[in-house]
Structure formats: structure tokens, C-alpha cells
Design a protein around this ligand. Structure first.
Ligand code: X90
Length: 291
């Protein structure tokens, strides 16, 4: 075998050697086409601990939380949880919730360095989504698309880092109680979200924090504000995903509004899983899209 052939052989990954791992804030239980695992976050109350995996009954959790007024918190996956999810895979692509609000990214980085230390011929890359939920799903789908095109590990890494700059996240929330109680948003700002009929619209900032953009009286105005922001941020009809916490009706309204304004847009609707449901709370909407 000549040198060029040798190098090429090194660069080209078999699809079966690739594994994608996301933390559970991506709301993704399985993936078509490529091996996939998730690293679970936890939701903790004084009564119960919920593990955000496929066995979690999200409806039950959200119901419990509505009745519960004590302290509640969340915990990110430990490095060992990431390591377990890696399994025996040779090429691993990890996607995490924003490192500005969670330790998940740090845990994954520690797992990466341990794993690569143990297996020098294996490779792990960790992408900080600077976001969560539906925007993470877009990144994951892009990894699958690139892997199927037989790009190398490094090429996929470069392309995903670029793609990450071309995706964004908007949200609409009825309550920010859990975000405020857990120090993820300024409590003074969050107060408005507790008022009856008030909807908060905001986005994931470039730094991966929550940035509130509009405080709206009523859902109609909030939908209008959300669509305005969508255009302002630069959506032009590309991929878009709407995750909702037991609010399919509002998700459909938003989907229809987008479809009438962007001819080629095909918004996808899905239910949020545990971590995102805890913070977005009942009625909340997260929207990830390409700009
Ligand atoms: O490590 C942990 O315990 C997890 C902490 C996560 C905190 C934030 C979760 C946000 C979930 C709420 C609205 C969208 C926020 C945009 C993020 C930049 C969803």
C-alpha cells in the first residue's frame, strides 16, 4: 500500500464506526441511519429524581411539577455518563447543551480526553451547541448528512463548526420560574413571565445565554413577535423545528404562520423531553432554525 492510499484509508470512516452522542436536552431518543446514544440529564425534586431517558414519562413529570412548590433542580451528565454512551465506537461526535448554562459540555470534554487517552486510535469531538433542544437536532442531522457524504472526521468537524453559526433558537414561555429559581435567568426579568397572560419571547444569544426580546400581552402578540424575530435573525425558509411542552395547538399555529410567510418552509413539530420541559414549563415553545 502506497502512502497516499494509507492516508486515505486513515481518513475515511465507515458509517458503522461512527457514533453520535447528544445529551438529553436534544429531546432525541433514537436516530435513523447512524449509531446513537444519549447522555441523560436529571431533574431533581425533594420527592423524586427523574432521569431524562427513554423511560421518562414526561407527562407525569410535568404534572408532578405543577403540583409541587418545593425546591427543584437539574444535574448534567457526569464524564462517566458520556463515557458509557461512547461504548466502543471509533469516531464519536458529541453535541451538548450550551456550556454557558450547564456543565454538560465540560463533562463531555473530560470524557473525550479520558477516552482518547485510553484508545489512541479513536477520536472524539464535542460540539457546544450554545443552545438546546431543536437547534441541537439540526446539528445532529447535519452530522448524519455529512457522514453519509463520506467526509473525513476533520472535514465534518469544520463543517459543523460553521453550521453552528448558521442556526439559531427562539423561545416563547409562559413561566420562567424554574429558570429563575435555578439561576439561569435574572429573577427580576423572569417575574414578568409569572403574570397572567404574559408571554416572554427570547433567543439563545451568541454566548449561549438566554436573551429576552419581547414581553407580550397575549398569545397572538407573542406569535407576531416570534415571527418578527425569526425574520430579523435571518430565517429564509430553511429547516425549522418547533419543540413544545404540551402545547401542540400553539406549535401548529406557529407552523401555519410560518408556512404562509415562507413558501418552501416545512416546520416540524415535536414534543420536548424532560430537561427542556422542566425549564420551558407547560405551554412553552422552543424553535430551532437555519438562517
Ligand atoms: O446542567 C444542568 O443542570 C442543565 C441546565 C440547563 C439550563 C437551561 C436550559 C434551558 C432549556 C429554556 C429556554 C431556551 C433557552 C435557550 C438556551 C440558550 C430551555
Amino acid at each position: 500500500m502506497g502512502l497516499t492510499e494509507y492516508i486515505n484509508k486513515e481518513l475515511i470512516m465507515e458509517l458503522s464506526e461512527i457514533k453520535i452522542i447528544a445529551d438529553s436536552s436534544a429531546d432525541l431518543l433514537n436516530l435513523k441511519d447512524l449509531p446513537y446514544s444519549l447522555a441523560s440529564l436529571k431533574i431533581i425534586t425533594s420527592e423524586k429524581e427523574y432521569i431524562d431517558n427513554k423511560n421518562l414519562d414526561v407527562e407525569e413529570m410535568v404534572g408532578d411539577l405543577q403540583k409541587y412548590s418545593g425546591k427543584s433542580s437539574t444535574a448534567c451528565p457526569a464524564p462517566g455518563d458520556w463515557m458509557n454512551a461512547f461504548g466502543e465506537a471509533k469516531y464519536i461526535f458529541c453535541v451538548t447543551i450550551t456550556s454557558a448554562l450547564s456543565g454538560s459540555y465540560n463533562s463531555a470534554i473530560i470524557a473525550k480526553s479520558d477516552y482518547e487517552g485510553m484508545y489512541p486510535d479513536r477520536k472524539v469531538v464535542v460540539f457546544d451547541s450554545l443552545s438546546t433542544g431543536p437547534e441541537m437536532q439540526l446539528i445532529i442531522e447535519k452530522i448524519v448528512e455529512l457522514a453519509k457524504q463520506n467526509l473525513s472526521f476533520e472535514e465534518i468537524t469544520d463543517e459543523i463548526n460553521k453550521y453552528n453559526n448558521k442556526t439559531a433558537l427562539l423561545f416563547m414561555l409562559k413561566s420562567m420560574r424554574n429558570l429563575a429559581n435555578n439561576g439561569r435567568v435574572n429573577p427580576i426579568v423572569a417575574k414578568a413571565a409569572g403574570l397572567l397572560g404574559i408571554r416572554i419571547v427570547g433567543k439563545a444569544s451568541d454566548k449561549g445565554t438566554l436573551e429576552l426580546t419581547d414581553k407580550c400581552k397575549g398569545e397572538k402578540k407573542a406569535v407576531a413577535a416570534l415571527i418578527n424575530k425569526l425574520k430579523e435573525i435571518g430565517y429564509k425558509g430553511g429547516k425549522i423545528k418547533i419543540g413544545h411542552c404540551f402545547n401542540e395547538e400553539l406549535a401548529i399555529t406557529i407552523k401555519k404562520t410560518i408556512e404562509t410567510q415562507f413558501e418552501n418552509s416545512k416546520p416540524e413539530i415535536y414534543p420536548l423531553r424532560g430537561l427542556c420541559s422542566f425549564y420551558a414549563e407547560k405551554g412553552g415553545i422552543l424553535m430551532g432554525f437555519e438562517t
